[in-house]
Design a protein around this ligand. Structure first.
Ligand code: SAM
Ligand code: SF4
Length: 462
């Protein structure tokens, strides 16, 4: 497959759109509010906007778009690292091969099951499973066996993992077929940076040095039938404006070639990591204001694509960014294999976390900020994936399912796992949400199911 990222074209676009006129910016914001998405050129204009008032307008529009499509729910997940063995040498990552001081671990199936038990007992239902890239010690066979292990772990109170999204190195089409057969949700992989020269510098050796093989992975995954794919860029490696346009180009190419764009876009920012030179001194640091701006612009450019924010960011910034367009967040995370049982993470973590609060603390914070925490996994389990999902999302129908399922799964969490303060605040929120529900049919659907959950039934969804 041909390389579809043209560095010169992106650089020229950014030059052409520098210092945009306020009128042009306002026209683009108005178009974005119609939920039709934005072209590369329109996105570039917003990225080049430096005027404070106009940036506030971009934020306000992003809030309105997020509210209109996703409502105020936030889907919660936890990452599960199973191995930190890696043959690559990414200059920003603690797992890089040349980090000889890292404590290397590949968890056994028993250890993986124990990690999952901890997560289930905290209330998690969704995981993102990941590992380094190593032909033997983080192999596909090992990874597939781990998925089967995780789905098999059941704990008291109906504790179970209902959806595993995965993030592993690029595969061949046949290998993606094997991965799909294990019952994964979304296949996630970040291009890190779309800028070729920077990519080459950051990935000096190992299989990841091949830019094109990585860029085309989502096309191969789609060919293998994995129709929910998630892309991302690691912000801090190159000019954030370039990488936002790279993400958008990638999304457009997938839509053109596969009939559906990415299910999610992740927006990780570089964090300090042990013995990782590019993480200690990021080549192109992205400030908090720039980060908020890029989140808001992505929300306007691809309104129907989920956006994922992780615990790399600190609690305050997370609180601000939730409303700008984020739809999924991780909580209570560890980035060292085995970290949920042993919190010490002694020289085994991939990078440092900005948000180290427990799941329950994050949930309470979310409630207090007026969002609905959701543990819903219904769409993927009912076959609403890929184009089917987008067809539902576009006319706004997803709101109907997502809001109700968010409330129902949140209720399960409150009964089974929440601390006292969270439970009280959560019950109050649910009462308010029921009151605000205007359609009588939906109100009835929610209240009757909530009663069944109180009676002990679990996993009830629309
Ligand atoms: N090893 C596979 C890979 O590189 O695609 C699987 C995912 S890797 C464990 C997860 C992601 O962590 C990487 O794609 C990278 O974007 C991110 N990452 C690595 N080092 C980081 C750092 N110092 N700060 C923030 N994110 C980092
Ligand atoms: Fe390995 Fe992934 Fe870390 Fe690179 S980012 S060193 S591939 S684990």
């Amino acid at each position: 497959m041909k390389d579809f990222i043209d560095d010169n074209a992106i650089e020229q676009l950014l030059e052409r759109t520098a210092n945009p006129e306020a009128k042009r910016v306002e026209e683009i914001i108005a178009k974005a509010k119609e939920l039709k998405g934005l072209s590369l050129e329109e996105t570039a204009v917003l990225l080049q906007t430096e005027d404070r008032e106009l940036i506030q307008e971009i934020h306000a529009a992003a809030r309105a778009v997020k509210e209109g499509i996703y409502g105020n729910r936030l889907v919660i997940f936890a990452p599960l690292y199973i191995s930190n063995h890696c043959a690559n040498n990414c200059l920003y990552c603690g797992f890089r091969r040349d980090n000889k001081e890292l404590n290397r671990v590949a968890l056994t199936m028993e250890q993986i099951a124990s990690e999952v038990e901890v997560l289930e007992r905290e209330g998690h239902k969704r995981l993102l499973m990941l590992c380094g890239e190593h032909p033997k010690l983080s192999s596909l066979d090992y990874f597939c066996e781990a998925i089967e292990t995780v789905y098999g772990v059941k704990t008291e109170k109906g504790g179970e993992i209902r959806r595993i999204n995965v993030e592993i190195a690029p595969l061949e089409v046949d290998e993606y077929r094997r991965l799909k057969a294990t019952g994964i949700g979304t296949y996630v992989l970040f291009q890190e940076t779309y800028h070729h020269a920077t990519y080459q510098r950051m990935h000096p050796s190992g299989p990841k040095a091949d830019y094109l093989w990585r860029l085309t992975s989502m096309h191969r995954a789609q060919e293998a039938g994995i129709d929910d794919v998630g892309i991302g860029a690691l912000f801090g490696l190159y000019d954030y404006r370039f990488d936002v346009l790279g993400l958008l180009s990638h999304a457009q190419q997938l839509e053109k070639d596969c009939g559906v764009g990415p299910h999610t876009i992740s927006i990780p920012r570089l964090e300090p990591a042990f013995n990782a030179p590019a993480a200690v001194l990021p080549p192109n640091p992205v400030s908090d204001d720039e980060f908020k701006k890029l989140v808001a612009i992505l929300r306007l450019a691809v309104p129907y694509t989920g956006m994922i924010l992780t615990t790399r960011e600190g609690p305050e910034l997370r609180g601000e960014v939730f409303g700008l367009g984020v739809s999924q967040i991780s909580a209570g995370s560890r980035t060292n294999p085995g970290g949920y049982q042993d919190g010490s993470a002694f020289r085994a973590a991939q990078f440092n976390l900005g948000d180290t609060r427990t799941l329950d603390e994050v949930i309470l914070d979310i409630i207090q900020r007026g969002h609905i925490p959701s543990f819903c996994t219904a769409c993927y389990r009912l076959g609403r994936t890929g184009k089917d999902f987008m067809d539902l999302a576009k006319p706004g129908l997803i709101q109907k399912f997502c809001r109700t399922n968010g409330i129902l799964t949140f209720k399960e969490y409150l009964i089974d796992y929440a601390g006292e303060a969270t439970r009280a605040a959560g019950e109050e929120l649910i009462a308010r949400l029921i009151e605000e529900t205007r359609q009588a049919g939906t109100k009835k659907a929610i209240t009757s199911r909530l009663a069944r959950i109180e009676e002990g039934q679990r996993d009830i969804c629309l």
